[in-house]
Design a protein around this ligand. Structure first.
Ligand code: NAD
Ligand code: MG
Length: 379
């Protein structure tokens, strides 16, 4: 299978290339195009190893540097949004892995769908901000949409063999993050270093902070609503501290189907690459005897208000999830830059939501405009 990877230098992108290595001789994956942003050395190394036709660095200066470094190869080096779009639209790619972090992934991923590529979707922010338009485009173009988020991949698997049966509830599991059990006051003095230390997953900085505020779970509720057509109020978050059960689906007959594995993003990536087949994996095996106990509890939405805010924005729909997402991306960046405290992330998102009037059924231009406007408030 030929693929393009948007965000090949990130946590998901590098693990996807490792999965391609693992699958060699089992299912060969040829990488036709890659994109990153500023990690020129890694982009160069990936270009030399996987010999794609196109490599794009979003940052113009980094792209110029990369061009010099790859002058002895036949690889085309591109930059900016046009470069990302060329990666997404490579004529020989059958699937595009969308693994850019944040809103910047939206336009290239939409282009990939227009070019009739199957989509392996890690970039949840695109569904949060433009879920309705995104799902319409998937349906219009008749392409496959395979979730590369551990919970959504789990739900997708729990639905296999049960399509057409009514879902009673989605039980979306959460690790609870590094601050599980803390009170709101206890969160006031947490540092960036503490927030970046996730108990069960190793991921990019933005999603790691989202996991600490529980905004990640809020974004995942909205993601699940679009992927599986379930109302926000039928999606229940269950804290599963060990991150072994990746999510569950409850049907009308009250049967609950769960998907389990050790926490590794290589699992959902491989499933997206090999679907509908289940092929051998290089990951370690799950031993429930070694795990011993699985624990479950309710999330604390008073302490972790981002989860509550995301649910509210999801229920309101329209432009509100765009406002939520843009404010969160900016607030997280400010927290990572040491400009605001941890609890201010939720405060700033709450303020942005209260400042906005909803727009129902926003167009792509309205989404782009509001996304930009909200970000300006943070400058
Ligand atoms: P990351 O920060 O490790 O990597 C992000 C990638 O996006 C890099 O390749 C970077 O170069 C690229 N990028 C950043 N800004 C860009 C821009 N403006 N234009 C073009 N490219 C840009 O992030 P990650 O942890 O790999 O997460 C990627 C996406 O996958 C996110 O949407 C995240 O929510 C989702 N996701 C990640 C995990 C995980 O385990 N890491 C799990 C589930 C979902
Ligand atoms: Mg997840």
């Amino acid at each position: 299978m030929n693929i393009s990877i948007l965000g090949s230098t990130g946590s998901i992108g590098t693990q996807a290339l490792a999965v391609a290595d693992d699958l060699k001789g089992i299912k060969d994956i040829t990488v036709k195009a890659l994109s990153g942003n500023r990690n020129v050395a890694l982009l160069e190394a990936q270009a030399r190893k996987y010999t794609p036709d196109i490599v794009a660095a979003f940052d113009e200066k980094c792209a110029s540097d990369l061009k010099v470094r790859l002058a002895d190869t036949s690889c085309r080096v591109l930059s900016g949004e046009d470069g990302l779009i060329a990666v997404a639209a490579h004529p020989d790619s059958e699937m595009v892995l969308s693994a850019i972090v944040g809103f910047s992934g939206l336009i290239p991923t939409m282009h990939a769908i227009d070019e009739k590529k199957d989509i392996a979707l890690a970039n949840k922010e695109t569904l949060v901000t433009a879920g309705s338009l995104f799902m319409d485009k998937i349906a219009e173009n008749g392409v496959k949409l395979l979730p590369v988020d551990s919970e959504h991949c789990a739900i997708f698997q729990c639905l296999e063999g049960n399509r057409g049966n009514k879902i009673r509830k989605i039980l979306l599991t959460a690790s609870g993050g590094p601050f599980f059990g803390k009170t709101y006051d206890g969160l006031k003095n947490v540092t960036k270093e503490m927030a970046l230390r996730h108990p069960t997953w190793s991921m990019g900085a933005k999603i790691t902070i989202d996991s600490a505020t529980l905004m990640n779970k809020g974004l995942e509720i909205i993601e699940a609503k679009w992927l599986f057509g379930v109302d926000i109020d039928n999606i229940e978050v269950v804290v599963q501290r060990e991150s072994i059960i990746h999510s569950m689906v409850e049907y009308e007959d009250l049967s609950v189907i769960a998907q389990m594995s050790l926490p590794s993003m290589k699992h959902p990536i491989q499933y997206a690459f090999t679907y509908p087949n289940r092929l051998p994996s290089a990951d370690p095996r799950l031993s429930l005897k070694d795990i011993g106990t699985l624990t479950f509890s309710e999330p604390d939405e008073d302490t972790f208000k981002c989860l509550r805010l995301a649910k509210e924005a999801g229920r309101q729909g329209g432009i509100m999830p765009t406002v939520l997402n843009a404010a969160n991306e900016e607030a997280v960046e400010q927290f990572l830059d040491g400009k605001i405290t941890f609890t201010q992330i939720g405060d700033l998102v709450e303020k942005a939501l209260s400042d906005y009037k909803n727009i129902t059924n926003p167009t792509i231009d309205e989404i782009l405009r509001v996304n930009q406007e909200v970000r300006e408030l943070f400058k």
